[in-house]
Design a protein around this ligand. Structure first.
Ligand code: CUA
Length: 311
């Protein structure tokens, strides 16, 4: 994971750099003003202290030059910062009039990710080719969420019934953490995702793999697991291409095993963690809409064996 410490300082795209530079500049200007004010107050406290036996100093009234300075100076600074802000906003959020490369739909509390050109559907992990500016169309399936990858792009609200867009671009390969930046209910804090920026060749290979329908189970246990999936309610919310694509209330699981994490970046994607999640989702994400399944231990293991083979 890159730049987990203060990611706003680690801009990896021109849009994020515009925001980071503006932020750093405003921080420096405000720091200088703070230093001047603290310096003058501190200097006054030290050098103009009342000394025992001395008389009160004579009062001063009015100083035109000083008053003009402290009126015009701050106005110029504010106008200058305003102009820089307008420029930063333009650079971080250019206008868009083209079909989107990506569609991201926020749900309580996960992210549906669709690639309209290739038909790929995935969740919580957005693969992008490095160095390419992608237009992301943003929607919400329920309440207001906010899409934010601090290293790559500006924040942008996802409002039900009011689609938005944002440009997503990474200049360097890497895995960048994204999160929901608008309080959206119990699991808001655990509504995270990853943006995985890779070389155009790696991205194309990933996309080709994702286009395939789900792997056919190869072991007895996995075959039993598929039965559990289709017969024990999972299929009512989750889609697996090649099995059933009727549902979109929960993440598409067609290539679940190819993901780094499960439960919206909450757990690393291992057999143990998947079992833990399936056995008691509320212990992992309290308040989440994943039901606690009434499955036997054997059914649980078969389901995990099936899902973890969906590369
Ligand atoms: Cu979605 Cu906060």
């Amino acid at each position: 994971m890159s730049g987990d410490d203060l990611p706003v300082f680690h801009a990896v795209s021109p849009g994020a750099a515009a925001i980071a530079h503006l932020f750093i500049l405003v921080l420096i200007v405000c720091g200088i003003i703070l230093a001047i004010v603290v310096g003058m107050v501190g200097g006054g406290l030290i050098f103009f202290r009342h000394k025992p036996g001395s008389a009160d100093p004579p009062p001063h009234f009015g100083n035109r030059r000083l008053e003009i300075t402290w009126t015009v100076g701050p106005i110029l600074i504010v106008v200058w910062l305003f102009a820089l802000t307008i420029r930063g906003m333009g650079n971080s959020d250019p206008a868009a009039n083209q079909p989107p490369d990506l569609i991201v739909i926020a749900h309580q509390w996960w992210w549906e990710v669709r690639y309209p050109q290739s038909g790929v559907v995935t969740a919580n992990e957005i693969h992008i080719p490095v160095g390419k500016k992608l237009l992301v169309h943003l929607e919400s399936a329920d309440v207001i969420h906010d899409f934010w990858v601090p290293e790559l792009a500006r924040k942008i609200d996802m409002v039900p019934g009011h689609p938005n867009h944002v440009w997503l671009e990474a200049d360097k390969p890497g895995t960048y953490r994204g999160e929901c930046a608008e309080f959206c209910g119990a699991e808001h804090a655990r509504m995270r995702f990853l943006v995985i920026a890779e070389s155009p060749a790696q991205f194309a290979a990933w996309q080709d793999e994702e286009k395939n329908p789900a792997a056919v189970p190869a072991t007895d246990s996995a075959r039993q697991g598929l039965k559990v999936f289709t017969e024990m309610t999972c299929v009512n919310c989750h889609s697996i291409r090649g099995v059933s694509t009727a549902a979109s209330a929960a993440p598409d699981l067609t290539h679940l095993a190819g993901r780094e994490t499960i439960a919206a970046d909450e757990l690393s994607n291992t057999q143990t963690n998947l079992l833990r999640w399936l056995k008691n989702p509320q212990a992992v994400k309290p308040g989440c809409f994943m039901p606690t399944l009434k499955l036997t231990g054997a059914q649980m293991n078969n389901l995990v064996n099936y899902l973890e083979a969906l590369k």
